[in-house]
Design a protein around this ligand. Structure first.
Ligand code: ATP
Ligand code: MG
Length: 642
């Protein structure tokens, strides 16, 4: 390379640094170092193509950042002892199956002795206030619990024959009340509503999961999916592909379900689990997510569900495994962490025995993108899940995800060994979300506060930040300067603190949560009206997932990124920190970040089209322009065309 060529390449590298938002003097210093390192002989390699990423890595290393990154979402079972503080309306009681039973240690589990016990915060008013015991019977629910001692505590839950407000779901309160009354009346007229199939006509009375005297095996006879959806979950209709997913898995097929965030994936396996004999085993990546799901199933829908994790004490897991050893376990859904599945041979033996008794309904892998190393949320233990199909080839498997590019999809099918799975793919478009990017001005905190105050006043939202300190700073600012009720959430908080924050936000006590990526998977609050990224996400996939927390009720919601180039350099620093010396991982992270930056810097192309294109979906931007929630670019185009 001649002298002029070298100067040109140096200029290109400097411009790369500036594009990524690095400071000019740092850029010059690092370039100088790089040039010295390559020496005269290596001049030809001093190009953006050859050493661009090395140069950026150096820049990141040289940039003094005083930030405490939340590099990875918490591990599946992180802080589980604290996470297990479930609160709720549970109370101790005498479950028939367990009362007075001596608890024995499960053979071979002696080393579990030191496992933390769990706590139940029964003082929580939000939950206890709703307990309606006026017309109740008690049903043992195998949710492991704890007390001061390590005794097994079987939680009982009052099953009300009255309709609780929050149970109503999509059906109107009156509708469902009538429905329940019809079902709960012993001499009801079956012609008015018959939800049992012919097979069960001989039963004394129709049984409901919501009423007295029911048995879950009776529900297994239900053959009307629509009615089951209404009766059990309160949904008046299925969303796109839900019915097909239910039918496919009920027919014993392996399925791969791709639906957008908040699209209703859980129903695809929860409904079949109630309608099939036996236990549906669900693998889910986070213990806190599992706890939320189990509580929702038992609490809102009266569906017997439980979980097993490596963090439980041996006596707690023993109670669950005892139930599973019964000839006909009453629990319909068993949630497990991948660690538990992969790491426990006794659990695998239990699965075998369930299968031999005809009580293993199916496997479900939720958040299946965690299987893929190149997905945005790789969990190493998910990789071992291929063992399920290997050991239980005849048991149907369902994998579900909201975010998967084509290569990630292929990897999921391969790793889970379900090459011939029925693939059901709904559009990833979220028509009710308005996407926009706003360039940060000189006072970005003020800009954020102003946006919330002017456009989103009193509405519930999430402000995503890159680092823990950014979370706290933004939270402090919004509270003090704009008097917006705000809390912060990051992986540095204890399990109990995280739970309290989530509860405050979930209940509407505070308006905004400032959070890192630790706050994400499993957040199921329907009326989140906005998700603002105070700093851009590290990848488009993460952005889709995070922004997808908004508008799960289908109502218009805003997804905004406050963008400045400098934030890109922060991401490079973060990647450098997280990926250490693994250069292929760093390069991959950079590639993802570049795509995210391209999304932010875009001036012409429809944002919705860009997002969907990333997942391989074709989208006609005119639908964005003419739709109910056009993106900022389409909105501007429409204005210009007027
Ligand atoms: N058929 C339906 N009718 C009405 N509401 C529904 C229906 N199916 C699901 N929902 C509701 O939609 C919300 C989102 O469902 P769910 O949590 O299953 O989404 P998801 O696809 O698993 O999302 P994520 O990717 O974020 O995990 C829930 O509040 C659920 O009750
Ligand atoms: Mg889900």
């Amino acid at each position: 390379m001649g002298r002029s060529g070298l100067e040109l390449e140096k200029a290109r590298l400097l411009s790369l640094a500036s594009e990524f938002g690095f400071q000019t003097d740092t850029a010059h210093q690092c370039l100088q170092q790089l040039a010295e390192l390559y020496g005269d002989d290596g001049q030809d390699f001093l190009t953006v193509e050859h050493c661009g990423d090395d140069y950026l890595a150096r820049l990141a290393d040289a940039t003094q950042v005083d930030e405490d990154w939340d590099i990875q979402a918490p591990n599946s079972e992180t802080n589980a002892s604290e996470d297990l503080d479930v609160g709720g309306e549970w109370h101790k009681g005498n479950a028939e199956d367990f009362e007075g039973e001596d608890v024995e240690e499960e053979p071979g589990n002696e080393d579990d002795e030191d496992k933390p016990t769990t706590e139940v915060d029964t003082s929580d008013e939000d939950y206890t206030a709703n307990t309606d015991v006026s017309c109740s019977r008690k049903m043992p629910s195998y949710v492991p619990d704890s007390s001061d001692s390590d005794d097994v505590m079987i939680i009982e839950k009052p099953i009300s024959t009255k309709c609780r407000d929050r149970d109503v779901g999509n059906a109107t309160r009156e509708e469902k009340k009538n429905l329940k009354c019809t079902m709960d009346t012993p001499n009801n007229n079956k012609s008015s509503i018959s939800f049992l199939s012919q097979k069960s006509e001989s039963m004394a009375m129709p049984s409901s999961p919501l009423g007295d005297g029911y048995a879950f095996h009776q529900l297994e006879c239900m053959d009307d999916f629509d009615l089951a959806n209404l009766v059990i979950f309160g949904h008046r209709q299925f969303r796109s592909l839900q019915r097909k997913a239910c039918e496919s898995t009920m027919a014993g097929k392996d399925c791969f379900i791709l639906m957008p965030t908040g699209g209703g994936k859980s129903l695809c396996y929860q409904l079949p689990s109630v309608l099939s004999p036996g236990v549906t085993v669900v693998v889910s990546p986070l213990l806190s997510l599992i706890q939320d799901q189990v509580l929702a199933l038992v609490d809102r829908f009266d569906i017997p569900a439980t979980f097993l994790s490596s963090q439980q004490s041996s006596s707690q897991s023993f109670a669950v495994t005892q139930e599973l050893r019964k000839s006909r376990p009453s629990c319909k859904l068993l949630y497990v962490t991948p660690e538990k599945l992969a790491g426990s041979s006794s659990f695998q033996a239990l699965l075998k025995s369930l299968q031999q008794r005809g009580q293993l309904a199916r496997f479900v892998i939720d958040e299946a993108h965690c299987v893929s190393q190149w997905g945005h949320d790789f969990r190493p233990d998910y990789k071992g899940l291929g063992v399920l199909k290997q050991q239980f080839p005849s048991v149907p498997l369902m994998a579900l995800t909201a975010t998967a590019t084509q290569p990630v999809r292929e990897e999921i099918l391969k790793i889970l060994r379900i090459p011939r799975a029925v693939v059901l793919e709904a559009s990833f478009d979220r028509p009710n979300l308005t996407y926009e990017v706003v360039n940060k001005d000189k006072d970005p905190f003020k800009q954020l506060g102003q946006a919330i105050q002017d456009r989103l006043k009193g509405k519930c939202g999430i402000v995503y930040c890159l680092s823990k300190n950014e979370c706290m700073d933004v939270c402090g600012y919004l509270t003090e300067t704009f008097h917006i009720k705000t809390v912060y959430y990051h992986a540095g908080l204890s399990g109990r603190e995280r739970m309290l924050v989530q509860r405050k936000w979930q209940s509407g006590e505070v308006q905004v949560v400032c959070a890192t990526i630790a706050f994400g998977m499993g957040i199921d609050k329907a009326d989140v009206r906005f998700v603002i990224h105070n700093s851009m996400s590290k990848a488009v996939e993460s952005y889709y997932q995070e922004s997808g927390r908004a508008g799960r009720d289908g109502l218009p919601s805003t997804c905004m990124i406050l963008y400045q180039k400098k934030d890109f350099s922060r991401i490079v620093c973060m990647l450098r920190m997280g990926q250490g010396t693994s250069s292929s991982r760093f390069k991959w992270g950079m590639e993802q970040a570049r795509k995210m930056q391209a999304y932010c810097a875009e001036k012409i192309r429809c944002r919705r089209e860009m997002l969907l294109d990333y997942f391989g979906e074709r989208f006609d931007s005119r639908n964005c322009q003419l739709g109910a929630s056009p993106c900022d670019i389409c909105k501007n185009k429409a204005k210009e065309n007027k």
